[in-house]
Design a protein around this ligand. Structure first.
Ligand code: ADP
Ligand code: MG
Length: 246
């Protein structure tokens, strides 16, 4: 049992829409100070898992625990208990300036600039006029400047150039290490995510099919990408491969 030391944990989680599970039998946990990557092909159920962990979707079965205690409260209450959530949808207010985007979230622009000095000359600009990368820096800065104990981030770096992906992920890594933030990161940029993560869960068709430390899976990355992460793997008919014991 990982409960006592886990910031976030789920056991036997089934989750989905309208009572239909698209994710089943999910056990995972995140401890303080560790970055955990959740990877898998499109449609595997990563976003559904995060939404359920965040309290945006009710579990169909199983339980979600924060700080070792089962919780059923909605996201805003989980946020009060230290959960930050960067959703898959880009969530900046395009007509507000960068500074206003921070202030409406109760974040001082200076705290965001400490994380991303790149934002300093952009603070008075409408968020809608920022590049995709700048918008994501703003989004991540807004979440991290509130010093969450736990951060869930869904496709933070979607569609961004490799250098920006690296910049965002390295910031996540640094904050996790320096502030003992526990991070659960859904990422398409698998190799870059694993470069900064401690552990990884691979999800395929609603199941966790591999879990382990990054060191354990590093030697198998080619195989994992071909077997589990490619679009072809996502579309393969038939039962999901037997989950590996770990
Ligand atoms: N709002 C929704 N209503 C019904 N089904 C959904 C909804 N959102 C996602 N799904 C389905 O749930 C499955 C998992 O989706 P999702 O969690 O978004 O996967 P991922 O984030 O790994 O790409 C997919 O088959 C998807 O079509
Ligand atoms: Mg998704």
């Amino acid at each position: 049992m990982n409960a006592p030391s886990s910031l976030l944990e789920c056991r036997g989680l089934a989750a989905g829409y309208g009572g239909m599970a698209v994710v089943r039998d999910v056990d995972l946990h995140v401890r303080a100070g560790e970055v955990v990557a959740l990877i898998g092909p499109n449609g595997a159920g990563k976003t559904t898992t995060l939404l359920t962990l965040a309290g945006e979707l009710p579990p169909i079965a199983g339980e979600v625990l924060m700080h070792g205690v089962e919780t059923k409260v909605p996201l805003f209450r989980r946020a009060q208990r230290g959960m930050g959530f960067v959703t898959e949808e880009r969530s900046v207010f395009m007509r507000l300036t960068a500074a206003e985007n921070l202030r409406v979230a109760g974040v001082a622009p200076l705290d965001a600039e400490a994380l991303f000095p790149e934002l300093t000359p952009l603070m008075q600009r409408s968020a809608g006029l920022l590049s995709g990368g700048e918008q994501q820096m703003l989004t991540l800065a807004r979440a991290l400047a509130r010093k969450p104990a736990l951060l869930l981030a869904d496709e933070l770096s979607l569609g961004l150039a490799p250098l920006l992906v690296k910049r965002l992920l390295e910031t996540v890594r640094r904050v996790a290490t320096e502030q003992s933030t526990g991070v659960l990161l859904v990422e398409q940029h698998v190799r870059q995510a694993l470069a900064i993560a401690d552990r990884v869960y691979v999800m395929q068709r609603g199941h966790i099919v591999i879990s382990g430390t990054v060191d354990e899976v590093r030697g198998r990355l080619d195989e994992i990408e071909a077997t589990y992460l490619s679009d072809a793997a996502a579309l393969t008919e038939g039962p999901a491969p037997k989950p590996e014991a770990r």
